[in-house]
Design a protein around this ligand. Structure first.
Ligand code: URA
Length: 217
């Protein structure tokens, strides 16, 4: 698979650990939710590198004035959880980006056709074009949902190169679609799996992320 976009699979023991917990079919919903939250935390930490804008200034330490670097408060940071499974990753992402504005995006895919439909879109008409956008979507499967999310964002002025997607499991069909449409995009995922089954589930994957997070089976 040749991709133009950048897909990072951080080689971090905590990410591997929480992925293992999430994949295990015996993990109960409360622990599954914690695992996804932890993955959201560490994947966002990795994604923030060279993405969050900083500014240079000085502070007065107890001993003398010295240089200091801070997150630039002028640049909007936006988090977009894709409902409902994206909420678990968002919880962890918010521990890293407590000041991010949250726009919940509701996209549902038809179980038979797998076509996505947007049922909740709270986006402004136009975003500040310098906005940094973090999308949380644990399962990048067929790519229909994430492509719809990207379409809604770029239509409102978001630069794809300033978007970071965090996911738990990514599959080749989604990565290929995103790569063709948004080659400047950056994705942070705990793993890339082999492919999809006939129902559109990622194999080996972790099952239905929304149902396992919210205990709805
Ligand atoms: N959505 C899920 O929750 N799991 C998959 O495997 C694919 C899409």
């Amino acid at each position: 698979m040749t991709l133009q976009l950048r897909v990072y699979v951080p080689p971090h023991p905590l990410i591997k650990h929480w992925l293992g917990v999430a994949r295990d079919a015996g993990t109960p919903p409360a622990l599954f939710k914690s695992a996804i939250k932890e993955l959201g935390r560490w994947l966002t930490y990795e994604a923030a590198r060279e993405w969050l804008p900083t500014m240079e200034t000085t502070v007065q330490s107890p001993l003398s004035e010295c240089p200091a670097t801070f997150i630039n408060p002028e640049v909007p940071v936006v988090a977009v959880p894709i409902l409902r499974a994206g909420l678990g990753l968002l919880e962890g992402a918010q521990t890293v980006l407590p000041n991010a504005s949250i726009y919940h995006l509701g996209i549902v895919r038809d179980e038979k056709t797998l076509e996505p439909t947007c049922y909740l879109n709270p986006f402004p008409e136009k975003f500040d074009p310098l906005s940094r956008v973090l999308i949380t979507d644990p399962m990048l499967a067929t790519g229909g949902t994430i492509m719809k999310a990207m379409e809604e964002l770029t239509f409102r002025g978001i630069d794809a190169s300033l978007v970071r997607i965090i996911s738990v499991v990514a599959a080749p069909p989604a990565l290929q679609k995103l790569s063709v449409a948004y080659p400047s995009l950056n994705i942070y995922t705990a793993i890339i799996d082999e492919g999809l089954n006939s129902q559109g589930y990622i194999v080996p994957g972790l099952g239905d992320a929304g149902d396992r997070t919210f205990g709805t089976f």
